[in-house]
Design a protein around this ligand. Structure first.
Ligand code: C2O
Length: 499
């Protein structure tokens, strides 16, 4: 009886899997005829009678995207001129600067529903769509800028915020008379001020400790917590799928923090594209994927991209440099050299372990130990068991912080630290951060908007560094990163094994 019942249950589970697989599919390009404008901006995309499929450009010389703080005066003039030309086009021209900026808004505030799954809204943040979508967006923007100045070799700069020399706002953006200026930038964050996105470094204004803390965040987010493409890029978002939003480590830090720090326009996805610095911020985010694949050696391990057709075939629409509306798929943008560009090689000061030190856990030892779920109104500790057995050699421990719930209109975030019962040391494991959705669609904003996300961080290196053993109890500290009193709830924390 028992055996029969368990066979029956297995069959049912199999069927559920098969059915859900049939339903879930790649994200379909938006149906541009059905736009629901945001409260903040009318950012509907310009429609066209014909849509063509994207073709890779014929290979010529590669465009080299330079570090923004290293460019020449001539380059700045050229870039500013291209942006100025973009700003002076008629407002309803697809290349007009505001039309370009609106593309970002159109893909992120529930402006469109999926063409192949009308019950779901299209959102390109908080999942595996994040990196490839922004790569496409920048690709077309760059090609159009080049077209406007008749220079096919034109390449966008990248804001090298992962390097000490690049951690401030690049000077090309600070001239109030330039087309690259935005007057909503934070006054107190102008050069020579630099970013301070390091965890537990808040209120510390010593430049060298700021840099050190920043590099530690870079190392954890890009190296030790991101050993697989899915950890780096984020979890699935499929048409008809029901997986929770699960942003990757490259999206979580310092990406949202840089948005917030820069200024008002940059702080909201609706308006971020209005500030020209957005494109060099995202050029560096894009570069992170490239650095991860090549310089950090994730190319040879077979985990350099996600081998899932729902990801590879997800498609998006953009106006291109030939004034055509183009449908492009994620599989088209896996290789930057096929798209015709590379990044200037600059030092990567955070690529090895010396960038991240374990710290003394003493100061956190008095925090309250809680059971989950918990409202994260102050820092808390949770005990979590490290799995006893590894099924396969190459499996690695991943920390899953699940059921993170908050009002999407709030800016919320927390840092995760890991320690053990037998060690007084703790290590920074990664960060969760959500940029406030400022002006959501009317129908959604009325009732508030409860958002639920999941954070997944690779733990393999930290387990080794802390000399933790299988079956041992971990002490996981969750520390709100923007003061207390945030309405953010954490449902559960566990360690999984995954390959
Ligand atoms: Cu689409 Cu950095 O945002």
């Amino acid at each position: 009886m028992h055996i029969k019942l368990s066979i029956l249950i297995s069959i049912i589970i199999c069927l559920i899997y098969i059915v859900s697989d049939v339903v879930a599919m790649p994200i379909g390009a938006p149906d541009l005829s059905k736009c629901q404008p945001s409260l903040a901006a009318n950012c509907c995309l310009i429609n066209s009678r014909s849509i063509v499929d994207f073709k890779l450009p014929s290979t010529g010389a590669l465009r080299v995207r330079p570090a923004a703080h290293l460019v020449t005066k001539e380059y700045i003039l050229k870039y500013a001129n291209a942006t100025r030309l973009m700003r002076s086009l008629p407002l309803n021209h697809p290349w007009n600067f505001m039309q370009q900026a609106n593309v970002h808004c159109a893909y992120c505030e529930g402006i469109y529903n999926l063409s192949n799954f009308p019950n779901m809204t299209l959102e390109v943040h908080s999942s595996w769509l994040f990196i490839p979508f922004h790569r496409m967006y920048l690709y077309f923007h760059e090609k159009i800028l080049g077209k406007l100045i008749g220079d096919e070799s034109f390449a966008l700069p990248f804001w090298n915020w992962d390097s000490p020399e690049g951690m401030g706002i690049p000077t090309m953006y600070t001239d109030p008379n330039s087309s690259l200026f935005d007057n909503t930038r934070a006054q107190n964050h102008q050069p020579p001020n630099i970013l301070n996105y390091g965890s537990t470094n808040e209120g510390n204004n010593n430049i060298s400790s700021q840099i050190e803390a920043n590099l530690e965040v870079m190392y954890r987010q890009m190296v030790s917590s991101a050993k697989t493409a899915e950890l780096l890029l984020g979890g699935p978002y499929r048409a008809g799928g029901d997986e929770p939003w699960s942003p990757g480590t490259v999206e979580m830090a310092p990406h949202p923090y840089v948005h917030m720090w820069t200024g008002i326009d940059m702080s909201s996805f609706v308006t971020a594209g209005w500030d020209p610095i957005f494109y060099s911020h995202h050029s560096n985010v894009d570069r992170m994927w490239e650095v991860w694949k090549t310089l950090l050696g994730n190319n040879s391990t077979g985990v350099n991209y996600i081998n899932d057709t729902d990801w590879l075939d997800s498609s998006f629409l953009f106006w291109d440099e030939n004034l055509q509306l183009v449908r492009i798929k994620i599989r088209d943008v896996l290789d930057t050299t096929k798209l015709g560009y590379v990044y200037q090689q600059v030092p990567i000061p955070w690529s090895n372990k010396t960038a991240a030190k374990l710290r003394d856990g003493e100061e956190m030892s008095s925090l309250r130990l809680v059971e989950l779920p918990v409202v994260l109104d102050s820092a808390v500790k949770i005990n979590v068991e490290l799995p006893k057995m590894k099924m396969k050699m190459n499996m690695e421990e991943v920390l899953v912080v699940d059921g993170i719930e908050f009002d999407a209109r709030m800016h919320v975030g927390f840092d995760v630290f890991v320690g053990g019962l037998r060690t007084s040391k703790i290590g920074f494991a990664g960060r969760f951060e959500h940029l406030a959705v400022k002006k959501w669609r009317k129908d959604v904003a009325m009732g508030g908007l409860l958002m639920k996300k999941r954070l997944v961080l690779g733990l393999k290196d930290l387990v080794k560094e802390l000399k933790l053993e299988r079956g041992e109890l971990l002490v996981v500290t969750l520390m709100p990163s923007h003061g207390t009193g945030m309405l953010i709830k954490v449902g559960s924390v566990r360690v999984d094994l995954s390959s």
